[in-house]
Design a protein around this ligand. Structure first.
Ligand code: F6P
Length: 359
């Protein structure tokens, strides 16, 4: 008999359900007795003891279903050691729930912050496994997170759709892509969608270079230009500021521009006189059904996690490296961010075909 806890934490994405299905199917086909407890809304359910017992029926027919059947919430890692408004010690409360249910293992599907909390629970003596989810693909120790490819498909489709309207009107278009502080999603969807200029946080941009790239296209008779801009993109000027100075500047800008794309559009319109439009696909990038790649990846991650549980090997993130499943010790990966390297071959290849990174 095994007693497993499951929770999904942080921003949702596609393939959360597919991954849980993989874990539970992997376990139930190897065990006569299995009890699965699903916690409501991420760590919140573990803290406040809100859970329900799930049966194999709950995991049937959810491979293709986006979102999460358990619900999710953001419980910032930095607040985990801070008591709640009623003075409750959250870490102690989570530990108590775990022991009360006599769990053998807690399986946590989440991003970077959730991974840090998973590591904290490991340090508190709980058996945990972390399964790397996020559309941002910024988790260190795995080549790919589930959700990323599905989101890249949606962002690519957004850029595809902009092409026809940009061409008809002869406009400059900015498509703002999610990704938090990293540029993976923008880089991949920008290349896949045929963007002319790609701006990512890891390569601070120079307005002059963007203007040059737009001018070059106009001179070559191109009626439109499409920019794929990461929500975390930053100018060279801002990147030079200290953390404190940047925070102050960002606060000032927030009153004027809803996001970085609006600032870029404003400055480019002044510099080029171009007719500029902004499209923000926003949370559509996290919605809908997981793409085939993510369904396969999630099934593999879920199945590999079930294998570790059968072997009673805990304290790992289950990632994929060079096409093979890999268990990565949480103490090794927790707290590290996987960013795009400016010397990534993909950047060099994109530059060779004429894509500008504004640097
Ligand atoms: O981490 C996933 C993500 O979608 C980021 O790309 C984005 O910056 C953030 O979450 C948005 O968070 P929220 O859903 O809380 O607005």
């Amino acid at each position: 008999m095994k007693r497993i806890g499951l929770l999904t934490s942080g921003g949702d994405c596609q393939a959360l359900n597919a991954t849980m299905r993989g874990v539970v199917k992997g376990l139930s086909s190897n065990l006569d007795e299995l009890e699965v407890y699903g916690f409501d809304d991420g760590y919140k359910g573990l803290i406040y003891g809100n859970y329900r017992m799930l049966s194999s029926k709950d995991f049937s027919g959810i491979l293709t279903q986006g979102g999460t059947i358990l619900g999710t919430s953001r419980q910032p890692f930095k607040l985990m050691r801070v008591p709640d408004e009623n003075g409750l010690d959250k870490v102690e409360a989570m530990t108590q729930t775990y022991h009360k249910l006599r769990l053998n293992c807690l399986v946590i599907l989440g991003g970077n912050g959730s991974q840090k909390t998973a590591n904290l629970l490991r340090q508190e003596g709980l058996n945990v496994l972390h399964l790397p989810k996020t559309i941002d693909n910024d988790i260190w120790g795995t080549d790919m997170t589930f959700g990323f490819q599905s989101a890249a498909n949606i962002a690519t489709e957004a850029i595809d759709c902009i092409h026809t309207t940009a061409a008809s009107h002869g406009r400059v278009f900015i498509v703002e892509v999610m990704g938090h502080k990293v540029g993976w999603l923008t880089l991949h969807s920008g290349i896949a969608g045929g963007a002319d200029i790609i701006l990512i946080p890891e390569i601070p941009f120079d307005y002059k270079k963007i203007v040059e790239a737009i001018d070059k296209r106009s001179k070559a008779g191109k009626r439109f230009t499409i920019l794929a801009v990461a929500e975390g993109a930053i100018s060279k000027e801002d990147a030079k500021l200290s953390k404190k100075e940047l925070k102050k500047k960002m606060e000032e800008k927030a009153g004027k521009y809803p996001s970085v794309s609006y600032e870029i559009a404003d400055k480019l319109a002044k510099a080029t006189g171009a007719d500029i439009r902004i499209t923000v696909p926003g949370h559509t990038q996290r919605g809908g059904s997981p793409c085939p790649y993510d369904r396969v990846l999630s099934t593999r991650i879920g199945s590999a996690a079930a294998d570790l549980i059968m072997k009673e090997e805990y304290g790992y993130m289950v990632g994929i490296v060079n096409g093979r499943m890999k268990k990565v010790p949480l103490e090794e990966c927790a707290g590290k961010l996987k960013m795009v390297s400016p010397s990534d071959p993909l950047i060099e290849e994109a530059k060779r075909i004429g894509i500008s990174f504004g640097d």
